[in-house]
Design a protein around this ligand. Structure first.
Ligand code: COA
Length: 259
């Protein structure tokens, strides 16, 4: 079976690239299964500090679900597809380490949902985002109705979902849909800079901070603060915590090992 993605590893950073440029990197069923298997392995890799998700070429990050494949599917097959695509987004969101979406081009439907499942979005200035589903007679089915309002607020999310319109990157930046927009030629450098900053920090601390933010944002403040306390407790016995203190005392950069 054709593999329609690439996984590259450089030090503590893995880059997962959707590699189906002839179909605007749209997600077909076999691709979903391969990507999910890849993420399952990455999830258990304690040496990884950041995952970057991107698309090949400069046109598309991901044009969402494969609409040509969809046309030949029975309702049951569509349901099965939805389980897998929702699962893919959940797998991305549940990665212990931070996930950076590098938006190299348009991200529509499931492409935007994939970007929403990441922790940080950095985009090329020609990228476009949009939950286009209602214009296709469906609704966002891979987390879009839930993750978009949590990110940009209910009224804006409703407007974008109801109109199905495409959002250019100046607007995306203004409403917090992406964190950073750079010229396309500078995307790789901007992503590498962000990734290097994250990867230089204590990996277990970053991981537990992500855990506390994610779990806490779904709950009330009191419960969230208790989650933070629990997260902190797991960090106290780490060697990296002592390394941070030693590096501060010795006025040198810390060298973290993840222990
Ligand atoms: N599923 C399957 N194939 C797709 C696709 C999708 N979601 N999106 C694009 N493609 C294919 C096109 O069919 C075309 O293939 P072809 O040359 O064999 O016909 C190729 O990718 C290039 O797309 P094309 O439409 O020719 O380029 P464009 O620059 O005019 O437009 C898009 C690109 C992505 C804007 C346009 O194809 C589009 O709107 N796609 C649908 C995106 C969408 O709404 N996705 C949400 C799904 S829920």
């Amino acid at each position: 079976m054709d593999v329609m993605h690439r996984l590259e590893r450089e030090g503590h950073v893995a880059t997962l690239t959707l590699d189906r440029p002839e179909a605007a990197n749209a997600l077909c069923f076999p691709m979903l299964l391969h990507l999910r298997a890849e993420l399952e392995a990455l999830r258990h890799d304690r040496d990884m500090r950041v995952l970057v998700v991107t698309g090949s070429g400069s046109k598309a990050f991901c044009a969402g679900a494969d609409l040509k494949e969809r046309a030949g599917m029975s309702p049951d097959q569509v349901r099965r597809f939805l389980v897998e695509i929702r699962g893919l987004m959940d797998d991305v969101a549940a990665m212990p380490c931070p996930v950076v979406a590098a938006l190299n081009g348009l991200a529509l439907g499931g492409g935007t949902e994939l970007a929403l499942a990441a922790d940080i979005r950095i985009a090329a200035d020609h990228a476009l985002m949009g939950l286009t589903e209602t214009s296709l007679g469906i609704i966002p089915g891979a987390g879009g109705t839930q993750r978009l309002p949590r990110l940009i607020g209910l009224p804006r999310a409703k407007e974008l979902v109801f109109t199905a319109r495409r959002v250019a990157m100046d607007e995306a930046l203004a409403i917090g849909l992406v964190q950073q927009v750079v010229p396309g030629a500078d995307l790789a450098t901007a992503v590498a800079t962000m990734v290097a900053r994250i990867a230089a920090n204590a990996p277990r601390a970053v991981e537990m901070a992500k855990w506390a933010i994610d779990r806490g944002s779904d709950t009330d403040l009191r419960t969230g603060l208790e989650l933070e306390e629990r997260a902190y407790a797991t960090i106290i016995p780490t060697r990296d915590r002592l390394e941070g203190l030693a590096a501060f005392r010795e006025k040198r950069p810390p060298i973290y090992t993840g222990e």
